[in-house]
Design a protein around this ligand. Structure first.
Ligand SMILES: C[S@@+](CC[C@H](N)C(=O)[O-])C[C@H]1O[C@@H](n2cnc3c(N)ncnc32)[C@H](O)[C@@H]1O
Length: 193
């Protein structure tokens, strides 16, 4: 079944939205800002987009297929929102980014489309570009793969799906998370081959 993200936002059911950037992202940016052009797929209301822009990236693009996700959201000069589908990126967005930031988009994607997610992100990055992810691994206690969104993932799944196009540079449990997500996330830095 396809998720109607637009309606979830409009009906106030955006329970994933914490009104702030991912704490793990903020800790990472304090150590290593993402530079150049950065894409944030499934950006929602854009909290992570604004944080990456504030940390010094040249241009940050927040992409989401639900117009109600970022309608009226604050922007800053070096960021913009784009309405679009990660699985149908325009040629303008091919090999166009120095970095991609992932946060609660991968877990929104059903398993049968996750290889397409990896292809799309790899396609958006320049050679050698970075994928930083705060992957929400087990948003639900029941690991049944059919339940969701959000859908669970495992470290083994990430290893397998990303190995063809990416080299894993870092993998760690983020020191800071939103309350309730402790031990449920992994921060990964990957480089496009
Ligand atoms: C669980 S929400 C997370 C939003 C945001 N990252 C956050 O943490 O608040 C998943 C988001 O991904 C968007 N999304 C799902 N599939 C998408 C696709 N194929 N292309 C672009 N955005 C997508 C949804 O509209 C939704 O805003």
């Amino acid at each position: 079944m396809t998720t109607d993200w637009k309606t979830l936002y409009q009906s106030g059911e955006a329970g994933w939205d914490k009104g702030a950037p991912a704490p793990g992202l903020l800790a990472f940016l304090a150590e290593m800002p993402l530079m150049g052009r950065v894409l944030v797929p499934g950006c929602g209301r854009g909290h992570d987009v604004r944080a990456i822009a504030a940390a010094g990236a040249d241009e940050v693009i927040g992409l989401d297929l639900a117009p109600s996700a970022f309608a009226g959201a604050e922007t800053v000069p070096n960021m913009r929102f784009v309405l679009g589908d990660l699985f149908a990126l325009s040629t303008e967005f091919q090999s166009a980014f120095d970095a991609v930031f992932e946060h609660t988009c991968f877990c929104a994607i059903p398993r049968e489309r996750r290889d397409d997610y990896v292809q799309a992100v790899a396609g958006a990055l320049k050679p050698g570009g970075l994928l930083l992810g705060v992957f929400y691994l087990n948003p639900r206690d029941d690991p049944d793969p059919t339940l969701g969104p959000p859908f669970n993932a495992t470290l083994e799944e990430l290893d397998t799906r990303f190995a063809e196009h990416f080299t894993l540079l870092r993998s760690e449990t983020p020191a800071r998370t939103f309350p309730g997500r402790e031990g449920r996330e992994v921060l990964r830095l990957l480089q496009k081959k």
